[in-house]
Design a protein. Structure first.
Length: 443
């Protein structure tokens, strides 16, 4: 990064207020669907299968020759995303395998040349838009098919020494690949109307790695912003220090311990997570997260000011794995009654401490605070230091009042501090809601 010719360059002129405005729909939405779909769905054992099993391009060709998702019904996918409470979706237009799910002018290695023959991206965009969802494209910077993409440390052929690197790459030219990539990114941003999100993936600077100069990231992002001025871009083109080079951070498959900051300023972020570990369809993977974990991921993200992009890996017939269907339905059941604690919400103001075993979110527009009960309390829920701050309390799922009182003297444990506390009287039996939410109307 330090040696890069582009360091400190400014890509986009915008005030912090303008940026906030541009991202407003996305920060309000909080919940999106990631879709990893490509030829690897046929192997059904991870989207990195070509790399993991060191499959040659010739051997991998069989997947291209038979790809035909005859049951693909994007309207059905869109309905499922919406019913789960998702407001946007991001699909792989090309993953690392290099196969394009759109009808590109610049390659033959594309969906329209498979038995399926139609432009999946076009069908997908139309259906998701019709359902009122915002549209995002994932595009892999990495490409294991293009003949000019240099063989690196993450390539199926994995390079470990300088000799190997020179030998394998003597006829490869990244300048040609850069141009190809730029052309394809231009294609996806000019052929399908307004695109809300671009999700580039990923950089790995270092020995036999790749970063901004390999991708031509500055030129690429400049072009993207010119073509789609409202677009929101992830942070994986290796331009973290370039103004306008990215919009949001992307913690992947882990939980952040607090709202991420740069120079003391909280930054937009979205965690991307899988149901089971793999992003692409993986038939024999049995490590699926349960409903409570998935809801917990969503709530916890919002409680720290972030979004959740939850991934589905459709099968090669073009349908969601039954396990994904069930998981989405369950999340949707919860969202139907509790999404008010998610949409438009963010981290609670510092003055509110989360009661035991709970997560807080807050809606600054309505001035309401949400307590998510991860572990259901016994009759009373103590609100530490909330005295004088709360007007009314109710369960969110059924709008039933929850009575507020001050802790009784004998209940305070002789602790003077507790005189600032409040108690909520909750029913002994846990309501039939995976994670019950209490809505507090604040003063
Ligand atoms: O290698 C990819 C992986 O297959 C998947 O696409 C995820 C999604 O964020 N990104 C990469 C790893 O960081």
């Amino acid at each position: 990064i330090v040696n890069s010719a582009y360091s400190q360059e400014k890509i986009w002129n915008e005030t912090p207020e303008q940026k906030k405005e541009r991202l407003a729909w996305w920060t309000d939405a909080r919940f999106g669907m990631f879709i990893h779909w490509g030829l690897y769905a046929q192997a059904a054992r991870h989207e990195w299968v070509k790399n993991r099993e060191r499959i040659t391009t010739e051997e991998y060709q069989k997947y291209f020759e038979i790809f035909n998702p005859d049951l693909f019904d994007p309207a059905d996918w869109a309905k499922k995303a919406k019913a789960a409470g998702m407001k946007y979706a991001v699909i792989t237009s090309k993953h690392h395998e290099g196969f394009t799910m759109f009808d590109s002018k610049y390659t033959d290695y594309k969906v329209t040349n498979t038995p399926y023959s139609k432009d999946i991206i076009k069908e997908w965009v139309d259906a998701f838009r019709a359902e009122g969802l915002r549209i995002g494209f994932y595009y892999s910077l990495i490409d294991w098919h293009h003949p000019d993409y240099t063989i690196d440390s993450r390539h199926p052929q994995r390079v470990e020494t300088k000799e190997e690197y020179d030998k394998l790459n003597k006829n490869r030219d990244m300048a040609v690949y850069r141009e190809y990539m730029k052309n394809q990114v231009r294609e996806i941003l000019t052929s399908y109307g307004k695109i809300d999100i671009l999700w580039l993936d990923f950089s790995f600077p270092g020995e036999f790695g790749k970063g901004r100069d390999d991708w031509g990231s500055v030129e690429l992002i400049k072009m993207v912003r010119e073509l789609q001025p409202g677009i929101i871009i992830d942070d994986r083109a290796d331009l973290q220090d370039v103004d306008g080079g990215w919009d949001f951070m992307t913690p992947e498959q882990y939980k952040v311990d607090k709202w991420p900051e740069i120079d003391g300023k909280k930054i937009p972020w979205e965690t991307c997570q899988t149901f089971s570990g793999s992003w692409g369809y993986y038939r024999d993977e049995y490590t699926w997260k349960d409903n409570k974990q998935l809801l917990g991921l969503l709530i916890e993200s919002v409680s720290k000011g972030g979004n959740l992009l939850l991934n589905v890996g459709p099968t090669a017939r073009g349908v969601f794995d039954e396990r994904a269907d069930v998981a989405l339905e369950k999340m949707g059941e919860w969202m139907k009654f509790n999404s008010r604690s998610i949409y438009g919400c963010t981290q609670a103001p510092n003055e509110f401490e989360a009661p035991a075993n709970s997560l807080l979110t807050y809606n600054p527009e309505t001035n309401r605070l949400y307590i998510h009960l991860l572990d259901y309390p016994l009759q009373k829920l103590r609100l530490p230091g909330y005295k004088g701050k709360v007007k009314y309390a109710q369960f969110l799922h059924d709008a039933s009042e929850i009575r507020i009182s001050e802790p009784r003297q004998h209940n305070r444990g002789g602790d003077d501090h507790s005189t600032g506390d409040l108690d909520l009287s909750v029913p002994v039996a846990k309501p039939n809601v995976e994670i019950p939410v209490i809505e507090l109307f604040l003063n």
